[in-house]
Ligand binder design. Structure first.
Ligand SMILES: [Zn+2]
Length: 369
């Protein structure tokens, strides 16, 4: 019988390198930024328990591990994650960018503990955290997420599945044609690269949804894995579906995309709120000075990382306010933000997803249209 495998390995690799080429073309992921800063991080063991290049798993403390992605080496996981376990049970975090990514983390989990995985949790609905969700149902693992994750995934990614690619990308193509400056054109090209990638990822996976929806009104939820207290909490800011997992006694927080470490935050979501996010970061800053944060993207950080991100939000806010006062319309402000020296090394996933999105939100919060 003939093989019916839809992809050969060669095809897969060429797809993967096309993805990297697109990102590189877009200037979306300056390659060294996510890969250089892990060594010398005193917040976890220096030697990973596993390292596949695209991601490595590090021990933070007994029963707590962080999975840190390195997007310069591939898009299997894309986001960070991790897991926590006690003597009775364990919880793994994030669905990652592909089922291969969530599998990778599950394998790492089983390397370090015999405790059964009693739950998986996704910190929000975005593609880079959820396209690999299918692994959990396939392994009979109860899957937790904000109550709106399924709905938002269907709206955003279900609508891409089977859709006409050219028609879907047409508005982004049009933005390139209509760009009124080289800078605007470059930003629009980068955004098209990112949107194309999301479209292709959504069309290569089966969407899978949490079967234990978490109602934010009923959080925090206290979880006992037989070791230390864990609390599952909701905060506003990044996506309207953001959940964090905190081990207060261990002073470790899995913050999802409420924390971007050494990177520009993604602010495109219709439920992203800049004021809400800044308040959330203020709360994080009020926690113990020795807290370790595992961010959604970038290296593990402490309170210094929260401060840097707050400074970045201040800069976005100040530049937006200045442009707004000077009468710069949003359509221009979208592209005119200037990355200051302090944040020059911070990767921007895609301009419109990060900075353009932030300008639009900030203008809206100032009452402009
Ligand atoms: Zn996100």
């Amino acid at each position: 019988m003939k093989s019916v495998a839809p992809f050969t390995r060669r095809q897969f690799l060429s797809d993967a390198s096309r993805l990297s080429a697109l990102y590189a073309l877009a200037g979306a992921v300056p390659l060294p930024a996510f890969s250089s800063s892990f060594a010398g991080n005193s917040r976890m063991d220096q030697t990973p328990i596993v390292d596949e290049g695209y991601a490595a798993v590090y021990k933070v403390t007994d029963g707590i591990y962080a999975t840190i992605s390195n997007t310069s080496k591939g898009f299997t996981t894309i986001c960070n994650g991790g897991f926590l376990f006690g003597k009775d049970a364990g919880l793994v975090l994030e669905g990652f960018g592909t089922p291969m990514g969530s599998h990778f983390q599950l394998d790492a989990y089983h390397k370090v503990t015999q405790a059964p995985v009693t739950g998986a949790l996704v910190t929000h609905y975005h593609f880079d955290h959820t396209m690999g969700n299918a692994t959990y149902g396939a392994n009979s693992i109860q899957f937790w997420g904000h109550a709106n994750v399924a709905k938002r995934m269907m709206e955003s990614y279900g609508s891409m599945q089977g859709a006409d690619r050219a028609a879907f990308l047409a508005p982004s193509e049009k933005r390139i044609q209509n760009a009124n400056s080289d800078v605007a054109k470059r930003h629009a090209q980068g955004d098209l690269g990112a949107i194309s990638n999301v479209f292709d990822m959504a069309n290569k996976t089966s969407l899978a949804f949490p079967n234990r929806p978490l109602d934010p009104a009923k959080l925090p939820l206290h979880v006992d894995l037989g070791h230390f207290p864990i609390s599952v909490e909701h905060f506003p800011g990044h996506s309207g579906t953001d959940i964090i997992v905190r081990a207060p006694e261990q002073k470790v927080v899995f913050a999802g995309d409420l924390v971007f470490s050494q990177s520009y935050p993604a602010c495109f979501d219709e439920q992203c709120t800049m004021s809400g996010w800044r308040n959330t970061l203020k709360t994080f800053a009020s926690w113990d000075k020795d807290t370790t944060f595992v961010p959604g993207h970038g290296p593990v950080c402490g309170q210094d990382g929260i401060q840097n991100l707050r400074d970045l939000f201040d800069d976005l806010g100040e530049q937006a306010e200045k442009m707004h006062k000077a009468g710069v319309p949003l359509s221009d402000a979208f592209d005119q933000y200037v990355i200051p020296e302090k944040f020059k090394t911070y990767p921007v996933f895609a301009w419109g997803f990060c900075i353009g999105g932030a300008m639009a939100k900030l203008y809206a919060e100032m009452g402009a249209h």
